[in-house]
Design a protein around this ligand. Structure first.
Ligand code: ADP
Length: 650
């Protein structure tokens, strides 16, 4: 499990971290919302209960009336229309209660004996029941109903209506007990039988009634208590109360009050008490509805608040994950750039902490790279003043560059020294060649002159061997002269002392002359293809020297081929002169180098063919000084074509 979690991508892990608090929040939100809903439902049930309690009070009132008229009907066969009227009202209230969802009213007809109501009514209608039984049945039912109506919820959120609920319950009890006292007193006054016994029997009920009244006054809200006292002062309730107080104090009946008067007074008193009870129910009902509505409102508010909180947490988590992801992406891009050696890191607005530290390190690496690269660049250019500071004694790159600087510095100074020495050597060599060629030139010229004289002195009939030897000497002196001339020319070229005496001449004529001169002693056959009669403005001797060099090289380096082709043609205001041989040819890698000073191709031919490697170098200099171009085309084993181009003379 743990390794699998470790292998997950960072984004996924971050999302997971964010997801857990969201899940918790969701879980607690559901709990809170459910609790809130239950609370609202509970209050709703109480509202229903309060409403039904008011209906129960009404039912009690109606049953009391039905009891009275049923009693009268059995007693004197009168008041039947009233019996029917009250039965109707009783039934209509019971229908309302039947439809109620209040749990307290579940199977209430069995509990209150009202399931036997129709049976009792039938018995009343057929006068098969005694007055006592009628009173007993209805009184029992009323008692039981009273207990249903007086259930008081103890929830804290019902505190505001608590006083009124208690007061209402006390009033309800007072009404019940007053009803019993009222009936008993009426019966006594009406029948004038068992007067004292009945009153003694009712004393307990009167005490209970008084206790409930006391409790009512103590526990009711000041408003309800004051209201009750005020009503009591001006209504029949006071008269009835005074009457009963004196009756139960003296056990003597006030002769001025007869049964009918007592009924009227007590009925009015009961009506007053019921009115007061209804007012309390109404107040309780109104306030409980207010509480219910308020709770319902806060339920929606709670839902809204929880949804906003969840949305906020989700948005916050998403923002955090995105922000971290973005920072890491920036770091990754920067690291990739550095790994590829690129520049231009975009690491701005990085957060603090580990990511910020990482960003700072990457920027530092980049900065160091730049400064080291700059230092390496400067060192490469030979600027050794630049300072290289390794970041630590383990900084491989910094230490290497520092070492490179020291090595290069040493190498550069060595190189400088060697260069200087080489320059000296070259200078001395050139000086030597210059002096040597000058020194050699005079004796060789004398030798040439004497050889010529000796050849001229030779006569027919003298030893032919002598002549041959003199001719060979002359040839060797020519070669030597040519070598010395090359050395002298090179020396002049180097010192810029080579002077060109330019004139306009037809190149074709010069080529012919040179071919004739060179081939005089050669066994090669030179074929001349001339397609040009153009003039050039140049140093005639020097251009002749170039053609001669091409031809002597062709003869020298293609000893086994017989034919040499010289060609002359005009192309685009230029004359091109070329010399082609069918010798060994020149390797492409050597073709450029043979125009350099003293360069000779190494190999078998090096010592076979005499030379200093200066001829082509001098030719190149001469042609280029005339604004022309020199070159060759050659293929190994097939031969070479050396050519030069010169512009037409104006
Ligand atoms: P040299 O002939 O005195 O050595 P050059 O400057 O005339 O000096 O020639 C340089 C080199 O070029 C020669 O040593 C030779 O190896 C090569 N070279 C010149 N001409 C030819 C040619 N026609 N065929 C083959 N190799 C040649």
């Amino acid at each position: 499990m743990l390794p699998r979690f470790r292998n997950l991508s960072l984004t996924f892990k971050l999302l997971l971290i964010g997801f857990i608090p969201i899940l918790f929040l969701l879980y607690f939100s559901i709990l809170i919302y459910r609790e809130k809903s239950q609370r609202v439902e509970l209050i709703g049930n109480y509202v229903e209960h309060v409403e039904q309690s008011a209906n129960i009070s009404e039912l009690i009132a109606e049953l009391s009336r039905e009891r009275r008229y049923s009693y009268l009907f059995i007693l004197r066969d009168s008041a039947y229309p009233q019996v029917l009227q009250h039965r109707q009202r009783t039934d209509s209230i019971m229908r309302i209660l039947d439809k109620s969802n209040d749990l307290a009213l579940k199977n209430y007809t069995q509990y209150t004996f009202l399931d036997k109501l129709s049976q009792t009514r039938t018995a009343i209608d057929s006068s098969k029941i005694t007055t006592n039984n009628v009173i007993q049945y209805y009184t029992d039912a009323i008692f039981r109903l009273n207990t249903l109506a007086s259930a008081i919820p103890g929830n804290t959120f019902l505190k505001p209506v608590y006083e009124d609920l208690i007061a209402q319950r006390n009033l309800s009890q007072m009404i019940t007990y007053f009803g019993i006292i009222r009936t008993n007193v009426f019966n006594v006054l009406y029948t004038r039988k068992y007067m004292l016994e009945t009153i003694f029997g009712t004393l307990g009920v009167f005490k209970v009634y008084k206790t409930y009244e006391k409790e009512f006054l103590l526990k009711a809200s000041p408003r309800a208590a004051i209201n009750y006292n005020n009503i009591k002062k001006i209504s029949d309730l006071k008269t009835a109360d005074d009457y009963l107080d004196s009756l139960f104090a003296t056990f003597k009946f006030d002769s001025t009050v007869d049964a009918r008067q007592w009924w009227t007074i007590s009925t009015n008193s009961l009506t007053t008490l019921r009115k007061e009870q209804r007012a309390l129910w109404k107040s309780v009902d109104t306030r409980m509805r207010e509480i219910y509505e308020r709770e319902k409102g806060t339920k929606s508010q709670t839902l809204l608040f929880l949804l906003i909180a969840i949305a906020f947490v989700i948005a916050f988590v998403a923002y955090l994950v995105m922000h971290i992801q973005q920072s890491l992406n920036n770091l990754k891009r920067a690291a990739i750039k550095i790994s590829k050696g690129e520049r231009g890191l975009e690491l701005k607005n990085m957060p603090s902490g580990i990511i910020g530290e990482l960003a700072r390190c990457i920027i530092e690496i980049d900065k160091n790279d730049v400064s080291l690269a700059h230092a390496a660049n400067e060192i490469g250019k030979g600027n050794f003043d630049v300072t290289v500071k390794p970041r630590s004694d383990k900084d491989l790159l910094g230490i290497s560059i520092q070492k490179m600087k020291i090595d290069l510095q040493e190498y550069a100074s060595q190189k400088e020294r060697i260069q200087k020495e080489t320059q000296d050597l070259v200078y001395r060599r050139d000086e030597f060649f210059s002096i040597a060629s000058h020194e050699l030139k005079t004796p060789v010229t004398s030798l040439k002159a004497y050889t010529q004289l000796l050849l001229m002195d030779w006569k027919e009939g003298e030893d032919p061997q002598h002549k041959k030897m003199l001719e060979r000497m002359d040839m060797q002196i020519n070669k030597l002269t040519s070598l010395i001339n090359d050395l002298l020319d090179t020396s002049k070229l180097e010192k810029g002392q080579l002077v060109y005496h330019k004139e306009t001449f037809v190149l074709n004529d010069l080529v012919k002359e040179i071919i004739d001169d060179v081939t005089i002693t050669s066994t090669h056959e030179v074929v001349f293809h001339s397609h040009s009669n153009s003039s050039v403005y140049a140093d005639r001797d020097r251009i002749g020297q170039v053609i001669s060099n091409f031809l002597t090289n062709a003869i020298k380096y293609a000893p086994d081929s017989r034919e040499i082709i010289v060609s002359l043609k005009d192309v685009d205001h230029k004359v091109i002169c070329s010399v082609t041989d069918y010798g060994n040819g020149i390797d492409p890698s050597e073709q450029r180098k043979i125009f350099e000073r003293f360069y000779r191709i190494s190999g078998n031919n090096l010592h076979t063919f005499p030379g200093l490697g200066l001829g082509l170098f001098i030719c190149k200099e001469i042609i280029e000084k005339h604004g022309g171009k020199i070159g060759l085309k050659s293929e190994l084993g097939k031969g070479s074509t050396f050519y030069f181009e010169l512009p037409f003379s104006n």
